[in-house]
Design a protein around this ligand. Structure first.
Ligand code: ASC
Length: 148
């Protein structure tokens, strides 16, 4: 019984994003991971953006699918900003203002969850509002923490 508990605890710890920066063997791996997850998120966010801007016709199911991907991806990059992973386009302030950076990350995830809810509502006006709010949270972090 104790073995089973220990194994399940270890499994939980290994899968937990909070502890998993240690899963990257090299800082370059963490940098690639966060770049990759932001790139996938950005690609699907932009597809909703094209609808919001009227460049593409509104298709409810496509927006739902894109918003769900953005919502899933939004949870991922943060585990790859662990200690000692400075580099890429990240400004060093990320590792000096960790609380502020985390607050921005949390705000973005909340806004993206709202976008996901709006997508499911099928109301294009709600989607437009939620998209603009989410885009603001992307921009805030880019302005503060991403190298130009
Ligand atoms: C996008 C994308 C971002 C955000 C940001 C919003 O489509 O890839 O990073 O929107 O530009 O200001």
């Amino acid at each position: 019984m104790r073995k089973i508990l220990l194994a399940s605890l270890l499994g939980t710890l290994t899968l937990s994003p909070l502890t998993s920066y240690a899963q990257f063997a090299k800082s370059e791996d963490a940098i690639n991971y966060r770049k990759g997850s932001f790139a996938v998120m950005g690609a699907h966010f932009s597809r909703i953006g094209a609808v919001v801007k009227g460049e593409k016709p509104y298709n409810k199911d496509e927006v739902i699918a894109n918003a769900a991907i953005v919502n899933t991806m939004a949870a991922l990059p943060w585990q790859a900003f662990g200690p000692g992973t400075e580099g890429g386009r990240s400004q060093p302030e990320i590792w000096k203002e960790t609380d502020k950076f985390k607050a921005g990350a949390d705000k973005m995830q909340k806004a993206v969850a709202d976008l996901n809810t709006a997508a499911q509502s099928g109301n294009l006006e709600s989607i437009k509002k939620a998209f603009a709010a989410a885009g603001q949270t992307c921009k805030a972090c880019h302005d503060n923490y991403r190298k130009k």
